[in-house]
Write a protein of this length. Structure first.
Length: 477
């Protein structure tokens, strides 16, 4: 059963194995890190039709990972068609004139492989992993559905119903739903491209037509709007030759110009209260707009995020869960992706369940106190080294599985125009100083740049006396 990755956005990449026993020690060694660092093999070539191919050769296992990433996602879906990019991701598995519905899955899983797909604001990706003997069938299947799909009313209606059921299961019938990643973006961003519900409304999903589907495939699923990533038991020469064999004959197609979806930082805090009929305890989501991709503050903000909310040793966990005992948990999100994989406005979001004996103001004040400490005092060398070590270990671990490596390389090539960013990110992390983290805290985690949703159980709101409107918490301005 395919796991739609938009529904499992906080699950992270699936890791098949870890072989980095020495990576933590290497990352912590400040004497000569550059000579120790593992550089991921990267070879890039662009075909005549515009398809960019990235190959990472690694013969440690007779397997291969494949990723095809298209430069289209929620930001570029048609107006009044919210959720269309996600719906289209499902339709890509519904067959073509040459490979009818079910063939794609049977060929890959029958050969011992697995596959998936996901939709994000800036891209839609399709990933597979299998023994290397299945590489050519996988590439044929991907090229086949890049050419065209089996557009028909039955498959469209089927997948409209599947996506609606997914929304029911993962949002409407779940406590807290997706308020920390759907609702918070709707409130924090001002432009439609950034603030609409990428999961989609039932009305918009039902309104999608076969004409919409054909046009979307024509406009955004051409080879010149995609990156093919291949990682594993294959040489660059083999990978490029196979890419040319199966994709080279697909003509480039004109892609519509992207709208201007840029936004600056917010200048006034926004507070919203919501009711939740299924929740047992209240929850809060606090989100701040992130630095632009490629900004000098991107890496400092990523490190700051881990300092504050990166697990049980983080400032927020120790301060809010253990210390003040206000919250039951603390989790963090970088929009719908990671601190490195976005190409437009995104959010650093902190989500926490908090005790009914306290309130959102107290939780926000506690967050602001921890942010203020970082902004004024910085981070000690010991804490900074610990956080960096964890980030580096996580980064390298995520590249071990060939399916994850192929996908990461393809996404970095598409978003940054440079797959070699995979080998630059560790150095960017290592270079972050305490002063950089302070600057990021002052610039981006100011309360004026913050959007907050206080999600309370409906029973709690019904039994509570009438309350005054929520006031912004005093904090790091």
């Amino acid at each position: 059963m395919r796991l739609c990755a938009i529904a499992a956005l906080v699950a992270g990449p699936v890791l098949l194995g870890l072989a980095l026993a020495g990576s933590t020690a290497r990352a912590a060694d400040t004497s000569d890190r550059s000579s120790d660092r593992w550089d991921v093999p990267v070879a890039v070539r662009k075909l005549d039709n515009g398809l960019t191919v990235v190959v990472s050769e690694d013969h440690s296992s007779p397997t291969v990972g494949v990723s095809v990433v298209y430069h289209v996602g929620m930001r570029l879906e048609p107006r009044n068609r919210t959720g269309f990019a996600h719906l289209f991701e499902h339709l890509m598995f519904e067959g073509t004139p040459n490979a009818k519905e079910g063939v794609f899955d049977r060929v890959i899983t029958g050969g011992g492989g697995r596959n998936n797909g996901s939709t994000r604001p800036d891209f839609t990706n399709y990933i597979e992993m299998a023994p290397v003997s299945a590489l050519e069938p996988m590439l044929w299947l991907e090229a086949d559905r890049m050419k065209t799909l089996d557009f028909n009313p039955t498959t469209l209606k089927n997948q409209q119903d599947v996506v609606k059921e997914e929304i029911r299961v993962n949002v409407k019938n779940q406590p807290y739903g997706g308020f920390m990643w759907i609702d918070i973006g709707q409130q924090a961003f001002s432009k439609w491209e950034n603030n609409h519900d990428g999961y989609g409304s039932f009305e918009d999903l039902e309104g999608a037509s076969l004409e919409d589907v054909r046009g979307f495939h024509r406009d955004y699923y051409g080879p010149n709007n995609a990156v093919l990533g291949i990682a594993g038991d294959v040489t660059p020469e083999q990978g490029f030759a196979l890419a040319e064999k199966y994709f080279g004959g697909i003509p480039a197609r004109k892609t519509p110009p992207a709208p201007d979806y840029s936004e600056g930082l917010n200048t006034q805090e926004k507070r919203i209260q919501q009711s939740d009929a299924l929740a047992q305890v209240p929850a809060i989501a606090a989100a701040w707009k992130m630095p632009d991709r490629g900004s000098k503050d991107q890496a400092p903000m990523a490190v700051l995020g881990d300092v504050l909310a990166g697990g049980s040793a983080s400032r927020f966990y120790l301060g809010l869960v253990k210390g003040r005992e206000l919250a039951l948990n603390v989790e963090s999100l970088y929009g719908l992706t990671s601190p490195w994989e976005y190409d437009g406005p995104t959010l650093f979001t902190v989500f926490a369940l908090y005790k009914p004996t306290t309130d959102a103001d107290a939780v926000l004040r506690a967050m602001d106190e921890e942010i203020a400490k970082v902004a004024s005092e910085g981070v000690s060398a010991e804490e900074l080294a610990r956080v960096k070590t964890g980030m580096l270990a996580s980064w390298y671990d995520g590249l071990e599985a060939f399916i994850s490596r192929a996908d990461t390389l393809a996404k970095l090539q598409l978003l940054w125009g440079d797959a070699e960013v995979v080998n630059k990110i560790p150095a960017w992390i290592e270079a972050v100083t305490s002063e950089d983290v302070q600057r990021a805290a002052r610039t981006y985690l100011a309360s004026a740049n913050r959007t907050v949703i206080d999600r309370k159980p409906a029973a709690m709101l019904q039994s509570a006396p009438a309350a005054k409107p929520a006031q912004p918490a005093s904090g790091n301005d």
